[in-house]
Design a protein. Structure first.
Length: 173
């Protein structure tokens, strides 16, 4: 973890983890995000995944938090703000981060399948784009990764149980 992580950053990641847990309870992939003023720690926006519940492909935690922060500030420019998110942002969310001009992004777990910050792409540091931000990966990485791993393990177990239960019912009919 980077030495530039403050107590406020850790508190905001803890808040994002709480949002992610609440999302999991609703059947959503457990991802939470918080946008806050870097200097004061004032929360401007927060969000959790809503893709499943709302059937919205844009229902990513980061997008929800960024929209709320822009509305709270009355400006789309979030230069003096930080984003704490439990999973490395995807290309769509990384694009929104660049377009919102966020100053800093802290995230928990890497996303080897869709990460656009360092795993697959480096959109936030791409010099061809008009904005780059400070990126701090691995903040509360173990907790974020364990939450995601546990969620998907439980999902697979439920799916396996449902499939087996349906197969045995069909055989008995």
């Amino acid at each position: 973890m980077d030495a530039g992580v403050t107590q406020t950053d850790l508190a905001m990641m803890a808040r994002a983890i709480g949002l992610a847990r609440a999302a999991a309870e609703q059947g959503e992939v457990p991802i939470g995000a918080v946008v806050y003023e870097t200097d004061t720690g004032r929360v401007l926006g927060e969000g959790a995944n809503t893709r499943e519940r709302l059937r919205d492909p844009c229902g990513h935690a980061e997008l929800i938090a960024i929209r709320a922060a822009a509305e709270a500030l009355g400006d789309w420019r979030l230069n003096d703000c930080s984003l704490a998110v439990t999973l490395e942002p995807c290309p769509m969310c990384a694009g929104a981060i660049v377009n919102a001009r966020l100053g800093r992004v802290l995230y928990g777990a890497d996303d080897p399948k869709a990460g656009a910050v360092r795993s697959l792409f480096n959109l936030l540091g791409d010099e061809r784009l008009n904005h780059r931000c400070v990126v701090i990966p691995g903040v509360e990485q173990a907790a974020c990764a364990a939450m995601l791993t546990g969620f998907f393990r439980l999902l697979r177990e439920r799916k396996s149980f449902t499939t087996k239960d349906t197969e045995s019912t069909e055989r008995n009919e």
